[in-house]
Structure formats: structure tokens, C-alpha cells
Design a protein around this ligand. Sequence first.
Ligand SMILES: Cc1cc2nc3c(=O)[nH]c(=O)nc-3n(C[C@H](O)[C@H](O)[C@H](O)COP(=O)(O)OP(=O)(O)OC[C@H]3O[C@@H](n4cnc5c(N)ncnc54)[C@H](O)[C@@H]3O)c2cc1C
Length: 386
Amino acid sequence: MSTQAIKTQIEGYSEIQREIQVLRKYAVDRSAGRGEVARIINQLHPKTLNLKISQIRKETSSATTFRLVSQDLYLPPFQAGQYINLFVEIGGIKTSRPYSISSSPSQSGYYDITVRRVKDGFVSTFLLDRVKVGDIFQSTSPAGQFYHNPLFHGRDLIFIAGGSGITPFMSMIREITDRGLNRRVQLIYGNRTVDDIIFEKEISRISAYHKNLTIHTVISEPDKGYKGLTGFITGELLKNLLGDIDDKMIYVCGPEAMYTFVLTQLKELNIPQRKIRVEIFGPPADVTSQPDWPESAGTNSSFNVTIKGKTTIKTRSGETLMNSLERAGVVLEASCRSGECSLCRTKLVSGKVFQPASVKLRESDRAFGYIHPCMSYPLEDLEILI
Ligand SMILES: Cc1cc2nc3c(=O)[nH]c(=O)nc-3n(C[C@H](O)[C@H](O)[C@H](O)COP(=O)(O)OP(=O)(O)OC[C@H]3O[C@@H](n4cnc5c(N)ncnc54)[C@H](O)[C@@H]3O)c2cc1C
């Protein structure tokens, strides 16, 4: 195939060509002054957004959608699958949690986030129980790498979701239907019970008229007599439902226990790593049960963390360093809170921490002793530099 023929297959190629023609015709000097590019980028993608809750919709008994509109009359565009990090202050503690945008990027007037209650969860409980229409929040601009790139990922996609992990997929599915995009999607959506299925009516409705979207829900703790698919999302189930999946791009999103299990199943099916994209929904529910958690660390210790030249705070074992810092009033810059974005990277002067294998530490971080406090668990007294 010629280069030109390949180019014309790229989504949006003809639109870009048209734009280039127009720019050539009305050519003006577009060289930018010093700092101008940064200024424009900051305008289009501000560091902080001021948002107001405009609607609250209960999806299931444990999940609620919050519609957020801009206080500044502008919301940055995003890629379906990206998240915002929502800042909150609860009982005097300033913290944040990332939430994937569940609405379609074609809806530029609002972002929906859909939050599921985590038992004893600090922020999810606050959002579900205390937040009302009109409340004001700040957040980061949309961020994250969990989105579909038609150039590299093809058009044949498998989405594997668990519980609240449906949210980035909902945005992608809504975008496909809103914009009539040429993609074939097979969604496998696992939940504990039928009542836990978020967006059930909407996804069934879409799949009923959209021949390119197939949906399989899998229930792990079904009621007696339940007729649908049951159990966990195993390799065998995937093979049976999807047939040959070697040439498809697989996206996985859900709680840590779910995606860890699904990834081992995909490995057993010999699916190459480059065909799998994963979104990690925050720290593990119980870090002490991670396979490489050091036995000697225990689960009930307390350590001192000295912030060099400033103060010393207490930490609890099994809790992230970032949470302990925030409880003591020390707020680090953060976006993903799952060891990916590197915004919170901090110099560890002395002491040891545990960082789960999923943390994306750079080689230079390892070499020069930097850690990601959002996914670092102290194993002894520490000294850090902030
Ligand atoms: C990129 C990204 C996108 C996310 N998108 C969504 C979303 O769209 N909807 C949504 O509901 N959540 C989403 N999350 C998870 C969310 O950020 C919070 O982690 C979640 O709301 C729990 O916060 P919490 O303060 O209530 O719990 P915490 O007080 O932080 O945690 C309480 C306990 O529950 C554990 N825990 C934390 N999160 C989970 C979880 N997801 N499942 C099981 N146990 C957990 C903790 O380890 C701890 O033991 C996303 C996370 C990331 C990193």
C-alpha cells in the first residue's frame, strides 16, 4: 500500500488536509513570541478548573453521577477515557481523588463523573452523602493515557470493565455513538450483583441499535435462578465470548483485585503486553495482601516521617505516604494518585518504602532515590525532601 493510501485511512486526515489548504491560502506569519505557546496552552488547558455541580443523578444504590459545569465558561476538551483529579476539603483535610469522565467528549458544556461508594472511603462517602447541586469544587484539567488512538490501536476493541471501571468506557462508547465513529466494540462488564451494574439501561439501549457494540455482563454473586453469565472474567470465558482476540486491542479498567486477575488470564491466553491497556483505579484495597509486601513490615505499625528542615509527622503502616502528609496539612501536587503521572515525585533522603509493582517509576527516579508518595507505603522512619 502506498504512503498516500495509508495516510488517507487515518481518521480525520481529509479534514486536516482541508485546514492546511485554508491556512496556505490565507497565510500569515504564525511564528510565536517567547512564552506565547505556553500562554496559549495554559489558556486551553488550565492547571485548575473551577467547577459547579449542576445535576446529581443516582445510577444504582451505590453509584451516583455528578454533572460538573465550568465557573469560567470554558471546559478544556478531553479524550474519552481521561480523568480529572477532584480537590476536596473534608473536616479540614485537603485531599483529592481522580475520577474518569463518564460523559462524551462531544458534550463540551459539562463533565459527568460517576462515583461509586467505597466502604469507609474518605472521599467517595463524602461525595455521595454530602454533596449537593450548586456546590463548588476545583479540579485538574483532564489527564491520563487511557484512551483510544485509532492510529495505533485499530478499530476492533475489547473493553473489560469491573464495577466503577465502566466510567472511562462509557465515555468512549458515548463518543462512538454521538460521533458515529467507525469502531467495533465488545464490552465485558463484571459486577458483584445485577443491581451493581452502572448505566445498565443506556448500554443495553445502545447495543440494541448499534450493531458494532456487543455487551456481555458477568455477575460474580448472582441471585438464585439468574440466567446470565456468572463467575469471574476468566480467560476461558473471554475465549468463548470473543473467539480469536489476538488482533484486537484490549482495555482493562476496574478495582485492583479485578484487573490483577484479568491480566493473569490474558497472560495465560498469550496476549502480548502491547495489546493490553490498563487503567489503575487508585491504591490497592489492602496493600498488605500484595504478593511482594514484605512480611516483616507488619500491618499495624506507626512511623515518623521527617520533612527535611520543616517538621515531623506520623504515618500508619498500610497507608500511603500522601494520605498521611495530607492529614498533617502537607498537600503535594497530584493528578493520578496511582503512581503514573509523576507529579508528586519526592526525594527520599533516608528510610524504606514499599511501592507496588504497578507504580511507573522512571529509571532516574530509582537511581536518584525519588518515590511517588501517592503509592508509597512507609516501612520504617523516613526523611523526605519537599
Ligand atoms: C485514574 C482514576 C480514575 C478513577 N475513576 C473513578 C471513577 O470513575 N469512579 C469511581 O468511583 N472511582 C474512580 N477512581 C477511584 C477514586 O479515585 C477513589 O480511589 C475512590 O473513590 C475511593 O476513594 P475514597 O476516598 O472513598 O477511599 P479511600 O479512603 O481512599 O480508601 C478507603 C479504602 O478503600 C480502598 N479503595 C480505594 N479505592 C478503591 C476502589 N476503587 N475499590 C476498592 N477499594 C478501594 C483503599 O485502598 C482503602 O483501603 C479512579 C481512580 C483513578 C486512579
